[in-house]
Design a protein around this ligand. Structure first.
Ligand code: NAP
Length: 259
């Protein structure tokens, strides 16, 4: 299927590796030019070159912290226009909510709720004026099935989800859709770090900790960031203009509910 995206420009945040990189590569293979962002310049530049070599599109790399106003301004200024916006940043740390301070909550809200909202605010009206826009927020399966130890993530991402549910209904008449992609358990550096910590805590080899984790996934395997990216590319396609305000789980069937 031709997704009708060739020649568009996308800003993909948190895209030097992991799920953001999977989204950037998938969009690039559809002919989308990219501004990609992450904080560490070296790995970001390498990823940008890998995408150029793979897909032959323009890729501008902007090393900045997307959770800050100056970082967002820098990333937005690098794009001739933003037809597609993929919001993403690192997730907040785990812990017992009794130990979180107000500053911890503000940092989580900044990264996982307010940064995406500010990016949407900066891009949605020009999208409406051009009568095309696709916004995808990378959130988490924890929005549908909260994870106790990830209280900061459960709270901040649910705030973004509620906001998007309202706004997405007001933009769709202009062919501007806003959806959230909810990752389950994907093979990324972040997850490898988490599984490594679990293995050490349980005193078992990494492979055993990984096997235990995978046992709870009906698909019987860990997710591939590129297949997550392909779901993102479809949500950004010309064909997906009637899909808005949705929360799409990409989790190998891990979420057990009917809805
Ligand atoms: P990852 O492998 O650690 O990659 C995160 C990417 O975002 C990197 O490119 C990182 O580069 C960049 N980044 C982090 N903080 C940033 C910031 N403040 N500004 C700009 N770039 C930033 O993580 P991932 O597994 O792909 O996860 C992506 C998101 O999905 C996270 O919010 C995570 O909580 C959520 N999630 C992931 C899974 C999963 O299975 N992987 C499951 C549920 C939810 P720099 O460090 O250089 O900035």
């Amino acid at each position: 299927m031709d997704l009708g995206l060739a020649g568009k420009w996308a800003l993909v945040c948190g895209a030097s590796k992991g799920l953001g990189y999977g989204c950037a590569l998938s969009l690039a293979r559809e002919g989308v030019n990219l501004v990609i962002n992450a904080r560490s310049a070296g790995p970001l530049a390498e990823s940008a070159q890998r995408i150029r070599d793979d897909a032959g599109v323009e890729v501008v790399a902007v090393a900045c912290d997307i959770t800050t106003a100056s970082g967002r301004a820098e990333a937005l200024a690098a794009a001739p226009r933003v037809d597609v916006l993929v919001t993403n940043a690192g997730g907040p740390p785990p812990g017992d909510f009794r130990n979180f301070t107000r500053d911890d909550w503000i940092a989580a809200l900044d990264a996982n709720m307010l940064a995406p909202i500010e990016l949407i605010k900066a891009t949605v009206d020009p999208m409406i004026a051009r009568r095309f826009g696709r916004i995808v927020n990378i959130t988490s399966g924890a929005v549908k099935a909260p994870i106790d130890a990830l209280a900061l993530s459960n709270g901040a991402r649910s705030g973004l989800t509620g906001f998007v549910a309202g706004l997405a209904r007001t933009t769709v008449a202009h062919n501007v859709t806003i959806n959230n992609l909810l990752p389950g358990f994907h093979d990324t550096d972040r997850v490898r770090t988490v599984v490594g910590a679990q293995a050490r805590a349980q005193g078992i080899p990494y492979e055993d900790a990984l096997r235990r984790r995978i046992a709870s996934i009906p698909a019987g395997r860990i997710g591939d960031p590129f297949e997550f990216g392909q779901a993102c590319a479809f949500l950004c396609s010309a064909q997906a203009g009637w899909i808005t305000g949705q929360n799409l789980l990409v989790d190998g069937g891990a979420y057990p509910g009917t809805f």
